[in-house]
Design a protein. Structure first.
Ligand code: FAD
Length: 437
């Protein structure tokens, strides 16, 4: 086993940590850089709350491509009460699993993974610079930086009654048991926050608002058999494909149709021409997201119960203004349909709009784009990449020394958010990085 390269991986969440482990198993050394100390967890698996469940069944959450039972085996050994292969385990346990795998590989391949805690501020041909002046020398760099924390134009962030980053430690501590909250965003983060409040004894009301007012759909208790995609679903014109999807869903259920599309989504995205991609992003994306990224059946039931009790209302509309008063927040909005509506008022406003990210302005990727080493994809979803995850320069040349992994690689793969998709990408990136050693 010869060690000829060192790879710098920026981001020690699931993607970066599991790539480092895979590289070590292949005999390649890496430096794993994260601004926090909890390597392997990232935002998704840092939660201490056991009511935050995975939204993917345990038997699909193996961190290792080719070892499908890895997570269920780990649960069986460590938390047998949560080891149902078709159940939805707490995300906290998943974090422990990822940490264990990282530590296990470090022990088995000593010296091949170096952990560095620090803020990566720039990337060049020789490696990565950190904010405190340190430099990590590397032959290749992987950006596994995940989704950035929510960053919207909501006023009042950082003080008063607006909770700008709900994932920040202690963010919900100030919300009193009887306080009403406005939640901007009705997706997975809203679900997490409302249920977390509930578990802490909160008895107020949540008034959730998003442009379309769509809630994530729930899984069934039992897994859905994948409906094999038909020729029309795969090859017809976009509107005919949608029609075919609806027809299949009418016959066999929409969850089965989504399951059938799951393994080939990245390929379909890569085969789609630019206008088709643009239409999908503009018109279909919110619908796709709520059907594709489903919540555990028990979580869906808890949300439905809050709605039925009148403690969670969901409104479709666009934020106009947010004003903090002495004792709370008032939000005016333009309803998606129907007449003008009175402002939403509450003690607190929680920003659950998710990441608002512009790679051209990002401290790490902005200079890469400005210098022509990288470019944005046509839809500005992220950096433009080749099918192996290598960054494309302004001239469209793939850079074998610069890769993107995980959610920021969405421009190339569309679905690269969940573990089953990311672990495939890890295999590809690890393969590409070792090819030349
Ligand atoms: C709340 C939530 C729940 C989820 N639940 C599931 C689920 O149940 N199942 C599933 O499959 N997927 C789930 N996901 C999807 C999730 O994105 C992936 O599973 C996975 O965690 C992504 O990991 P990542 O390492 O790519 O990103 P992240 O976990 O975001 O990690 C990126 C890391 O990079 C670090 N970083 C970023 N920039 C810098 C910098 N400049 N310098 C140093 N460090 C930096 C960050 O601190 C962070 O630790 C969930 C996501 C969220 C947000």
């Amino acid at each position: 086993m010869t060690q000829t390269r060192r790879i710098a991986i920026i981001g020690g969440g699931f993607s970066g940590a599991m790539l480092a482990a895979r590289l070590a198993e292949k005999g390649v050394a890496s430096t794993l850089i994260d601004r926090g100390r909890a390597f392997g967890l990232g935002v998704a698996y840092s939660t201490p709350f056991d009511g935050h469940l995975l939204n993917v069944r345990s038997n699909r959450m193996s961190a290792v491509e080719g070892r499908p039972n890895d997570f269920v085996d780990w649960l069986t050994a460590n938390h047998p009460d949560r080891a149902d292969p078709e159940g939805f385990a707490p995300r906290r346990l998943y974090g422990l699993y990822v940490k264990d795998r990282l530590a296990g590989v470090e022990e088995a391949y000593p010296g091949l993974i170096e952990r560095v805690t620090g803020e990566a501020t720039s990337v060049d041909e020789t490696g990565v610079s950190l904010s405190d002046g340190r430099k990590v020398e590397a032959q290749a760099v992987v950006l596994a930086t995940g989704n950035p924390a929510p960053k919207t134009a909501l006023p009042g962030e950082g003080g008063g009654w607006v909770i700008g980053d709900p994932w920040a430690t202690g963010a919900l501590d100030r919300v009193g048991a009887e306080d009403d909250v406005i939640v901007v965003g009705t997706g997975l983060t809203m679900v997490d926050m409302v249920l977390w409040l509930e578990a802490r004894g909160w008895r107020g009301r949540a008034k959730a608002l998003s442009r379309r007012g769509l809630l994530p759909r729930g899984h069934e208790a039992q897994p859905d058999a994948a409906v094999p995609p038909t020729d029309d679903l795969l090859h017809a014109a976009p509107s005919a494909r949608l029609h075919e999807a609806r027809r299949l869903a009418g016959d066999a259920g929409w969850r089965g149709v989504m399951e059938g599309l799951r393994p080939i989504t990245a390929r379909l995205w890569q085969e789609a021409d630019a206008p088709t991609r643009a239409r999908l992003v503009r018109h279909l994306r919110p619908w796709w997201d709520v059907h594709r990224h489903r919540i555990a059946d028990s979580i869906a039931a808890a949300i439905a119960a809050l709605q039925a009790a009148g403690r969670l209302t969901v409104t479709a509309g666009r934020v106009r203004t947010i004003k903090e008063t002495e004792d709370g927040v008032a939000l005016t909005f333009r309803p998606r349909t129907g007449p003008e509506a009175p402002p939403l008022t509450a003690r607190w406003l929680i920003d659950c709009t998710g990441p608002g990210h512009d790679p051209a302005k990002d401290a790490l990727t902005g200079p890469l784009i400005a210098s022509g080493r990288a470019r944005l994809d046509a839809l500005r979803l992220g950096l433009d990449l080749d099918p192996q995850g290598r960054v494309l320069s302004a001239d469209g040349v793939a850079d074998s020394k610069l890769f993107v992994l995980g959610p920021p690689a969405r421009a190339a793969f569309w679905e690269t958010i969940a573990v089953p998709d990311i672990r495939k990408r890890i295999e590809d990136v690890a393969g590409a990085l070792t090819e030349t050693t």
